[in-house]
Design a protein around this ligand. Structure first.
Ligand code: F3S
Length: 399
């Protein structure tokens, strides 16, 4: 791997121990994946923020990087933390957890990382342009950045994303290079895809097939004529979760699709496949649901507006979490949506989500519109799940 004189100097410690460690991580990654050089990145999104996932070892490493003079040299935002930074007690998060979670956030802040704590950074200012080289972690956001925005990133882990932030670089391999962005499998969708659980189930149906297939992981998906931002964030979260997909092309929807031809190898997905995926994500009976959650990925303002409309004048009968970012919550406050939602008894779980918060085993069954949330609720938090359309999730909370 060819390094510049500047990069050699950083490796020798010219910019301090944190930058030195960061470049060591990136150089090792580059060698493993056969990169020829580093490239500059203009935006970073870091995952691995919840103390529930990091533990003491992760916190110690972050503190060392902060003490070692680590400073983000490009715009860098953070994935959800393990708790709402302001409202954690009402959500049942202990003070002991909160102390450690704050230490994590303090370390990031000391390094100049913007502590946004959201998996949808593209909704509030970390919005890369087409073709921009970036280094993002968080699989749903990576897929959204590559496919929907046309930016270029690999699926970074927490440490490599932080390393990119502290050096402004990443090794040039994978989805940074034209040749790895070519579609490899034509997925022909012959099903009615109209709402977020449909898009989530489609992501699972494709993801499951791709995981078991020997063919490539850049699907070229036809049969979808239009998709909203909310549909696409749901689809990206799901196809990344179930298939490890970091990039897809969708003619008429995603910006790079028109530059590629349709691959010869084809996979057809029918309504039966879609219905099977939905059925597999619903394991709870309606009378078991004691937890309702919307916001995986984090809700947009438009979705919060919809929740407010549906909850206006009603009362919830179950624990109901609305998960979103602090900036979007701020707009919801200003628009009066928060007041309506909280008057109904639902709770905002800002900065966090139902997966990274330490709530394992606290509920029996969760209703949601997110295929990704169903997967992690079952595997990580041991909840049964019910995948429902968005409006039905809100109704479930009031029944
Ligand atoms: Fe975001 Fe948490 Fe879902 S990080 S994509 S809301 S699992």
């Amino acid at each position: 791997m060819q390094l510049t004189p500047e990069e050699h100097a950083i490796l020798k410690g010219k910019s301090g121990p944190a930058a030195q460690k960061a470049l060591q991580i990136l150089e090792t990654l580059g060698r493993i994946y056969g990169a020829e050089r580093m490239i500059p990145v203009s935006s970073v999104q870091i995952s691995g923020v919840s103390y529930a996932n990091l533990g003491d070892a992760g916190l110690e490493w972050l503190s060392e990087m902060a003490e070692g003079g680590g400073q983000a040299c490009v715009f860098t935002t953070l994935n959800p933390a393990g708790m709402d930074i302001e409202n954690y007690l009402q959500l049942g998060i202990s003070e002991e957890f909160a102390v450690n979670q704050r230490r994590v956030l303090d370390a990031f802040q000391k390094m100049g990382v913007v502590t946004t704590c959201s998996c949808t950074p593209y909704l509030f200012g970390n919005l890369p342009r087409f073709g921009e080289q970036i280094a993002w972690a968080e699989s749903s956001a990576v897929c959204y950045a590559n496919a929907v925005l046309g930016a270029r990133t690999n699926r970074e882990g927490g440490p490599s994303a932080l390393a990119a932030a502290l050096t402004g670089r990443t090794p040039a391999y994978g989805y940074h290079l034209d040749e790895n962005r070519l579609p490899t499998l034509h997925v022909r969708v012959e099903a009615d895809i109209k709402n977020t659980p449909d898009f989530g189930a489609l992501g699972k149906a494709i993801g499951d097939r791709i995981q078991t297939s020997s063919t490539g992981r850049v699907p070229y998906i036809t049969g979808i004529d239009s998709a909203s931002l909310e549909h696409l964030k749901s689809f990206c979260a799901s196809i990344a979760t179930f298939g490890g997909v970091a990039l897809f092309h969708m003619p008429g929807v995603t910006p790079e699709a028109g530059s590629h031809s349709r691959p010869v190898e084809e996979l057809a997905l029918t309504q039966v496949d879609l219905d099977q995926a939905k059925t597999a994500l619903t394991t709870a009976s309606p009378d078991e649901i004691d937890f309702v959650s919307l916001g995986c990925p984090h809700l947009s303002l438009r979705e919060i507006q919809r929740v407010a409309t549906l909850l206006d004048g009603k009362r919830v009968t179950k624990e109901f979490w609305i998960t979103t970012s602090r900036p979007v919550k701020g707009m919801a406050d200003r628009m009066g949506y928060t007041a309506i939602i909280e008057a109904a008894g639902a709770r905002f779980a800002t900065d966090t989500c139902c997966v990274v918060a330490p709530i394992e085993g606290r509920f029996t069954a969760m209703a949601t519109d997110s295929a990704k949330a169903c997967y992690y609720a079952a595997t990580k938090n041991k909840f049964k799940t019910s995948l429902l359309p968005f409006d039905d999730v809100v109704r479930e909370a009031t029944q």
